[in-house]
Design a binder for this molecule. Structure first.
Ligand code: DBV
Length: 257
């Protein structure tokens, strides 16, 4: 039953985890890169607990897939499966600050109340035009195409603004056939196109100067600190796996810069 994962690039195979095809698409898209495993402690590679009541226990599983490449400091997928209670793929690519690249971020979340779906190429410094404009010029046409097929997800906090691009694709979909259909016909191709664009930008990125790297690194730290501090999954992960495990997971795996 419980698959042994010895290293972070071993396959994630959690029975009933609905986002498996998205992770498989992402790993395939990176297959021409030279992928190396990224160090992740055993307790975060695969963690299984019971939640819910004594009468109706629910098995909850969190697995982490991760790698590094020539230009990516860390690529990591947090994979959460808790039956009807939750199914999540949170996927982030953290580029080396030596390359002038945004982050790739995907948050694919299914809860009893519905799906919450977020995709973006997120800037390390939104006020830096030489960092953002070449990305946004190519991202916005994709965004316009896919967002016309999805309901808007509604407002996000003002304080999050510096960390989003104008190509932030954000929607809420209902559970059931209608939502599932949009996930397969819109969200999945949008995810793959955003990722394809990101990998194209990375393929042509050239190393920058030390001072430029320091500037980008400072922006990456602001982003990472914000994500760790505001992680919307903190409550859920704490219920599933406890507070100590969750804080260590957030600070040393999910947002470890
Ligand atoms: N979000 C994470 C990580 C998760 C995760 C590491 C391990 O950053 C899951 C899992 N996101 C997750 C869960 C919820 C959300 C919500 C479980 C639901 C929380 C709840 O309702 O209990 C996008 N994700 C959200 C929300 C936004 C995002 C705007 C709703 C706001 C909120 O409830 O606080 N997350 C946000 C974002 C990216 C992202 C822009 C990058 C594209 O990963």
């Amino acid at each position: 039953m419980s698959p042994t994962r010895l290293k972070s690039t071993d396959p994630v195979d959690i029975p009933g985890w609905t986002w498996q095809p998205f992770l498989e698409d992402a790993i395939k898209a990176m297959n021409s890169l030279n992928i190396e495993s990224y160090p992740v402690k055993d307790e975060f590679l695969f963690k299984q607990d019971q939640t819910g009541s004594k009468a109706k226990p629910v098995t909850v599983t969190t697995a982490t897939w991760a790698c590094k490449t020539e230009k990516f400091r860390q690529v990591r997928a947090a994979c959460v499966s808790a039956g009807g209670a939750a199914s999540v793929l949170n996927f982030v690519i953290n580029p080396l600050a030596r390359f002038d690249l945004p982050f790739f971020g995907g948050d694919l979340v299914t809860l009893p109340a519905g799906h919450l779906l977020a995709l973006d190429l997120q800037p390390a410094d939104k006020s830096d035009e030489s960092h953002t404009q070449p990305v946004w010029d190519r991202l916005l046409p994709l965004f316009e195409h896919w967002r016309s097929k999805l309901p808007d997800g509604g407002p996000i906090p003002d304080e999050a603004q510096p960390f989003f691009s104008p190509g932030f694709l954000w929607t809420r979909l209902p559970l059931g056939e209608e939502g599932d259909h949009l996930i397969e016909t819109v969200v999945r191709p949008a995810f793959n196109e955003y990722l394809k664009l990101y990998l194209e930008l990375a393929a042509t990125a050239q190393p920058v100067s030390d001072s430029r790297r320091d500037h980008l690194l400072a922006g990456q730290r602001r982003y990472t600190d914000y994500r760790a501090e505001k992680d919307p999954a903190r409550g859920m992960l704490t219920r599933f796996h406890g507070g100590e495990w969750t804080e260590e997971y957030i600070h040393t795996v999910l947002f470890d810069l």
